[in-house]
Design a protein. Structure first.
Length: 441
């Protein structure tokens, strides 16, 4: 990294990072046991939240040069924010991390291939719903034409780097082009309407995981919700905010606020903890944007995970039953640590007759998915996943339930890596609840 770039990064840290927040860290160490990378690096201090805060402060104070090793350590962080609930000072570590990454990415000079890839992913693909659909059309053809079966059978996919061949196997069946284009804009409550909600569909959730979205809306209808699906909504911007593309995240946030704010709804509901964690913090993201602060706050105040709505409207009173099985729950980090939703999913699972629920040890620790972390930091991601799977196996669970698409794919990958495909399944909470609702006793 050239000296001029280092100086620009240091200046950016001084301008952007909240120095009071950096000082709020008391170095008490309460965050250490909650940090997956600290544990997986044999208690390496720089790989802990307080260690990374010390690095950031060192750069701001001019005591440390912002070289590649600083960037590498910040990138090694999962951004799971498990450190925040246990911090006695209430340090908003996630906000510091996002600002630091944003400064680095905007100041450093990327090689041309990296620059082109980032531009395509962050500015051409995710902000454009039709392009995301087009990619899924191709994926659907790949799966349904027999091409996937042939490539898997020939083992040619094994030439892919890292764990990409294994990841290809756990990708769910993508709906057809016709199905992807049949999204309604309104679903009426079954029976008496008791609440009016708007549904945030997400990017991957409404393409690769469209059936889970359908299941979620069906459950909301069951408890008396009229469900509005605004067609103008788009990507939440979480991937951008976590990857040093904060300005693009702000643009996406503004577009979503405009899509939802004119609707007279009680709640904005979603089923993906990763998206929800940013939606609920749009007020922070846009706090310095003239004319947007109050609008963002009004939006964020309405954001809720679907499990909270189901508990509030007593979904548990429905006749729920499944075949005898042990279930365990893997928390979505952002759902638990940012949206503060942990008890509602467990309440719903424990209401299903014929099943038993067993709490997984360290269920609140990250599974290693973290957006695209399992691609960009494969080695650490797989270390964390392998550790997680030891905790899964201790429960003897037949079903692992989670509330976020990235976590779901990661747990499916873990099942595959452990050779447990015939014994254990991973499923999204919404799909499981709909299954329990229709399961004959």
């Amino acid at each position: 990294m050239k000296q001029q770039v280092k100086e620009e990064i240091q200046k950016g840290f001084k301008e952007r990072l909240d120095y009071d927040e950096l000082l709020n860290c008391m170095r008490c160490g309460f965050c250490l046991p909650s940090c997956p990378t600290y544990g997986q690096t044999n208690q390496y201090e720089a790989a802990s939240p307080r260690g990374r805060i010390a690095l950031m402060k060192g750069v701001v104070d001019g005591l440390i040069e912002p070289d590649d090793s600083i960037e590498d350590q910040l990138n090694l962080c999962l951004g799971c924010r498990a450190c925040e609930p246990v911090c006695p000072s209430g340090v908003k570590y996630g906000h510091l991390l996002e600002d630091a990454r944003d400064v680095i990415q905007q100041k450093k000079k990327h090689p041309l291939p990296v620059k082109m890839l980032r531009h395509f992913v962050f500015k051409e693909l995710f902000p454009n719903k039709q392009r995301i659909k087009n990619i899924h059309y191709l994926l659907s053809f790949y799966q349904k034409s027999g091409m996937q079966h042939l490539l898997q059978k020939s083992n040619v996919l094994n030439i892919l780097p890292g764990n990409l061949a294994q990841m290809e196997k756990v990708i769910p069946k993508v709906p057809s082009k016709k199905e992807l284009n049949q999204r309604p804009s309104f679903r009426q409550a079954e029976g008496k309407t008791v609440r009016k909600v708007a549904f945030f569909t997400g990017c991957l959730m409404d393409t690769m995981f469209m059936e889970t979205n359908n299941a979620t809306m069906k459950l909301l209808q069951k408890v008396g919700c009229d469900v509005i699906i605004p067609k103008q909504q788009g990507c939440c911007g979480a991937l951008h905010a976590h990857s040093g593309e904060k300005e693009m995240a702000k643009q996406l946030a503004k577009a979503n606020i405009e899509a939802f704010e004119k609707l007279e709804v009680d709640d904005i509901v979603l089923n993906a903890g990763g998206c929800g964690a940013l939606l609920i913090e749009y007020d922070h993201l846009l706090k310095n944007e003239e004319g947007w602060s109050e609008r963002a706050k009004a939006f964020s105040n309405k954001v809720k995970d679907f499990s909270e709505i189901l508990v509030e409207l007593d979904f548990m009173s429905h006749s729920l039953g499944m075949d005898e099985q042990i279930m365990t729950y893997q928390d979505s980090c952002h759902l638990r640590n940012v949206m503060k939703t942990a008890s509602a999913p467990r309440t719903l699972l424990q209401s299903i007759e014929g099943t038993s629920f067993k709490e997984m040890q360290e269920s609140d620790q990250c599974c290693g998915s973290a957006g695209i972390y399992n691609i960009t930091e494969q080695k650490m991601s797989m270390q964390i996943l392998d550790y997680k799977m030891t905790k899964v196996k201790e429960t003897n669970a037949h079903t692992i339930v989670t509330g976020n698409p990235g976590c779901l794919l990661q747990m499916k990958l873990g099942i595959s890596r452990e050779g447990l495909d015939s014994k254990v399944r991973a499923v999204h909470l919404a799909d499981l609840l709909l299954e329990a609702l229709n399961e004959p006793r």
